[in-house]
Write a protein that binds this ligand. Structure first.
Ligand code: SER
Length: 314
């Protein structure tokens, strides 16, 4: 029987992944933790505790006490926030991963999931159809920490035989929990502002194309990768996965089809520079071949659901 620890269960990915994992492995077998309080559905459907991933002593007690067999480490400081506090972000992003990798080795955890990002790529990376293996010279603190993290994951796999699995998530779009401090966050904020005010001021330029993914695809990708036969996995750093690529102008046009009065204006800030350093489209052929990955949502389908669900909340 699997007993799963989710770290960062109140965050954008965690708040949805925890519930999906509980459906697969049973409510009582998925232990949700975060440094902040979680949503009601997380707390009602199964165990939840406040836990700081930086507190390695409490972490190891927790893992032993609850006989944890798998860990999903989702806590991180995203790209925009990391540029504001580079050293703190580096410390949090790296130390949390190293705490988990070393704990997993010591205790004998069966599987670890850790998210990487399209931020591992940089200005010298080919921008379109970015390959799995390519030039990687990230220019953000977040990207540097994710690239270093990928190297550490592979090191623990090769050196200590750990089973660590990872995805380079594109910008994630979801209606349940907002992200915080990311460069791709505009693609979530825009829906809230469109519904509330009928307008949105975008911090990226109209043509800033970025790889994005609707959360249901991201959750399914994560669970499919974690359930894949280990012998089929040829990548031990992190898998490229592709969802939908679009720019703010295209997203605004899609929203305008439902909210006719919607207006977008542009006031690019430092995050535009980050966006320019990232790919526009991703080649995920290795993920497709190794574990059968395929995305299901396009811009139209995603926009329709986002508008419907956010309207329900407001
Ligand atoms: N969505 C993230 C960010 O913008 C990228 O992984 O920081």
């Amino acid at each position: 029987m699997e007993r799963i620890l989710v770290i960062g269960a109140a965050g954008q990915i965690g708040s949805e992944l925890t519930l999906a994992l509980r459906k697969v492995y049973g409510n009582e077998n998925v232990f949700a933790t975060d440094i902040k309080d979680a949503q009601k559905d997380i707390k009602r459907s199964g165990p939840f505790q406040i836990l700081d991933v930086m507190d390695d002593k409490r972490l190891i007690h927790f893992v032993i006490r609850y006989n944890i067999t798998q860990i999903y480490l989702l806590a991180a400081v995203l790209s925009g926030n990391a540029e504001r506090l580079p050293l703190q972000a580096w410390d949090i992003n790296m130390r949390s991963l190293l705490n988990i990798l070393d704990l997993a080795r010591e205790v004998g955890i069966k599987k670890v999931f850790w998210p990487s990002s399209i931020a591992v790529f940089g200005p010298t990376t080919p921008k379109t159809d970015t390959p799995q293996l390519t030039i990687m010279e990230p220019s953000t603190v977040y990207g540097i920490s994710k690239l270093a993290g990928e190297r550490w994951c592979e090191y623990y796999i090769k050196k200590h035989g750990l089973d660590v699995r990872s995805i380079r998530y594109p910008g994630l779009i979801s209606f349940k929990t907002e992200a915080g401090g990311g460069t791709t966050d505009y693609a979530v904020e825009i829906f809230y502002d469109a519904i509330k005010y009928g307008k949105y001021e975008c911090f990226l330029k109209p043509d800033a194309t970025l790889p994005m993914m609707f959360m249901p695809d991201a959750i399914r990708a994560t669970i499919e990768l974690m359930e894949a036969d280990q012998s089929k996995l040829s990548v031990h750093s992190s898998y490229n996965v592709s969802g939908i690529s679009f720019d703010p102008q295209q997203l605004a046009a899609e929203i305008k089809k439902s909210i006719h009065k919607f207006q977008i204006t542009y006031k690019p800030d430092f995050r535009q520079v980050i966006a320019e350093s990232w790919p526009e489209t991703i080649d995920d052929s290795v993920a497709r071949k190794d574990w059968g990955w395929e995305s299901k949502y396009d811009l139209k389908k995603m926009t329709k659901i986002m508008l419907k669900e956010i309207k329900k909340k407001s």
